[in-house]
Design a protein around this ligand. Structure first.
Ligand code: SF4
Length: 351
């Protein structure tokens, strides 16, 4: 049996039962691929189900607000993926009469769609013979052929794609791609792959040469940036109940279009006394001398290339202050999209 026939037979017998398996709907495939990128399957499935329940097709996604899309995405991270899905759905409605593009090249033009996602959708929905290489496939191929290019490198990706395109079954490219991903996820796993029972162990370079732990070669770690955030949780009582001041993040930084609190960022840890003397504090409060009623412990929030060290300062005022921001009630706050760091603080310390 050829490589692809062996693989596909294994897949048919061992594949997991996932809600998007078997669909030919390019919209559902697209959503599942975007949600599951850089996300554990167990975590991603809940998000997928909730997302397609609220937005079952392109039309409903395009008609929703970005805020609603971000709210459903809350906690998943990489929020640009959610914004891009929404932008692309609107583009499909406005420029393509609501018809999902049907070729790899056209799908690739959608905002935020990379080679992997375009190949997955084109092969699964439209039988286009394009190899989809994600981290699972890369690991499997790198070990099988003995590549030493670091995973994530442009040369490594190109090599893996070329090899996958040599192996692909042109009569069922979507099934082949799913089988490759599933094999990487279930058998050729990052740690302790099941080599002894593996169908490919007699021809696998890494198994034969006993270099499984060395392949795939890890990329050099990027410089991790440490950032120090001081969040000012400003509240006051109004005739209609408690109000809180929020900041909508509009700049070109993390968490664009999500809500957090007015924030002062410092290059290192500083004391509250020093913070209160900063220009940012004076800009916010002018001549007022607000009392800080509680200071949280430090929250550590890890992102792919940054570590955020955050503290939250509770400030109860007698009324609103003159400054840019969004004033909401606590009920309204619960319906707005916020970064996971903020929801962790709200759950732990805010009542
Ligand atoms: S023998 Fe081991 S390393 Fe090689 S493909 Fe199979 S599971 Fe992966």
């Amino acid at each position: 049996m050829s490589f692809s026939s062996t693989l596909i037979s294994w897949y048919e017998a061992n594949k997991r039962d996932l809600p998007f398996r078997g669909t030919r709907d390019p919209y559902l495939i697209w959503i599942s691929e975007v949600i599951l990128q850089q996300t554990r399957m167990e975590q991603g499935l809940g998000y997928y189900r909730r997302f397609v329940q609220r937005f079952p097709d392109i039309h409903s996604l395009a008609s929703g607000t970005e805020e609603e899309v971000l709210k459903l995405w809350e906690g998943l991270g990489y929020y640009s993926r959610a914004r891009n899905l929404h932008t692309s759905a609107r583009e499909i409605m406005e420029r393509m009469d609501g018809v999902f593009p049907q070729t790899y090249e056209e799908i690739r033009k959608l905002k935020g769609v990379g080679e992997y996602t375009a190949a997955s959708v084109a092969s699964l929905a439209f039988d286009e013979s394009r190899a989809a290489v994600d981290g699972n496939v890369y690991r499997f191929l790198a070990r099988y052929y003995g590549f030493r290019e670091p995973s994530g490198s442009a040369s490594g990706k190109k090599l893996a794609r070329m090899k996958a395109e040599e192996l692909i079954d042109n009569s069922q490219p979507g099934t082949f791609n799913q089988a490759m991903i599933e094999f990487g996820a279930l058998v050729c796993t990052p740690v302790n792959p099941s080599c002894n029972g593996c169908l490919f162990n007699t021809s696998c370079y890494a198994f034969i040469h006993r270099v499984i732990r060395e392949i795939p070669v890890k990329p050099r770690p990027d410089q991790i940036r440490k950032r120090f955030f001081h969040y000012l949780v400003i509240t006051w009582e109004s005739p209609d109940g408690a109000r809180i001041l929020l900041n909508k993040r509009t700049g070109n930084d993390i968490w664009k279009n999500l809500y957090d609190f007015p924030q002062i960022e410092t290059p290192r840890i500083v004391s509250l006394t020093r913070l209160m003397k900063s220009q940012e504090w004076r800009n916010l409060f002018g001549d007022l001398h607000p009392v800080v009623s509680a200071v949280s412990t430090q929250f550590i929030h890890i992102l792919s290339h940054q570590v955020i060290l955050a503290k939250f300062y509770r400030i109860l005022l007698e009324g609103p202050i003159e400054c840019p921001g969004t004033i909401v009630s606590l009920e309204e706050l619960a319906s707005l999209p916020v970064p996971r760091l903020i929801s962790r603080y709200l759950q732990k310390c805010f009542s």
